[in-house]
Design a protein around this ligand. Structure first.
Ligand code: AP5
Length: 232
């Protein structure tokens, strides 16, 4: 990814947001962008699951809410993201996967970025049908060692049970990937997160992408949107 403009001025590292309901493919596309552009994927879902696994106070508070399918409180999520954004690796640029999810979080992100003279380059909205999402989530699993994502129908490893990327043979499914919790996660998305589409559209930062096709085709469209948004 370009780091200097043709006139020699330094470009700020890219900040991209992937918006979309559960199962839209945010994590899938974020990992592909990470490989392609060397950006860092920041998934608040992953950060919260790590906090739960550590047993920190924030993790304990988040655990119950995540199991119900609701949104963890803005205070907890913003604090976790602020800490992660302060790590040196984010200087390469970031893809925010699952953050912001409320208007309060979007405003907090603007403030955090402003502290280092940055702003978002694009909010990419992955648009899918609710029914397709339930199928995508129900069939999803991942490598416990490296996090590579798989799906019973759409993306199986070359050797059953063995990760294509790291070779580990320990696949896991998420505790909140069940029909009841997915319904609440979808409801939370429509109630609290969907308004962010208008928030970013009004700022001219929104790029809508039809995310119902094959993963590779969507990746091509997403890459095109990223190149357009980050062109110096
Ligand atoms: P989080 O971990 O962010 O989950 P989510 O938003 O529900 O999103 P998912 O990870 O389920 O889906 P995805 O869009 O990444 O899709 P994926 O690429 O995996 O959040 C979990 C919980 O944490 C929340 O419910 C909340 O409680 C809490 N939380 C997190 N962030 C928060 C915040 N900011 N504020 C408050 N609370 C927060 O794809 C799904 C499956 O489909 C995969 O198997 C994949 O292989 C497959 N797939 C992907 N694309 C395609 C395609 N084009 N065609 C066919 N299959 C596909």
């Amino acid at each position: 990814m370009t780091e200097t403009k043709t006139d020699g001025a330094t470009l700020a590292p890219p900040v991209l947001i992937l918006l979309g309901p559960p199962g839209a493919g945010k994590g899938t596309q974020a990992r592909m962008l990470q490989k392609r552009y060397g950006l860092v994927q920041l998934s608040t879902g992953d950060l919260l699951r790590a906090a739960v696994a550590e047993g920190s106070e924030a993790g304990k508070a988040a655990d119950k809410v995540m199991k119900s399918g609701g949104l963890v409180s803005d205070d907890i999520v913003i604090a976790i993201l602020r800490d992660r954004l302060a790590a040196p690796d984010t200087a390469k640029g970031v893809i925010l996967d699952g953050f912001p999810r409320t208007t309060v979080q979007a405003e907090a992100l603007d403030d955090l970025l402003a502290e280092s003279g940055q702003q978002i380059d694009a909010a990419i909205s992955l648009e899918v049908d609710d029914e397709a999402m339930v199928h995508r989530i129900a069939g999803r699993y991942a490598c416990a060692a490296c996090g590579e994502g798989y799906h019973d129908s759409f993306k199986q490893p070359q050797v059953e049970g063995v990760c294509d990327v790291c070779g580990a043979s320990n696949m896991k499914r998420r505790a909140d990937d069940n029909a009841e919790t997915v319904a609440e996660r979808l409801a939370a998305y429509h109630r609290q997160t969907a308004p962010l589409i208008t928030y970013y559209e009004k700022r001219g930062a929104l790029q809508r992408i039809d995310a119902m096709g094959p993963i590779d085709e969507i990746a091509t469209t997403v890459s095109r949107a990223v190149s357009k948004a980050t062109k110096g």
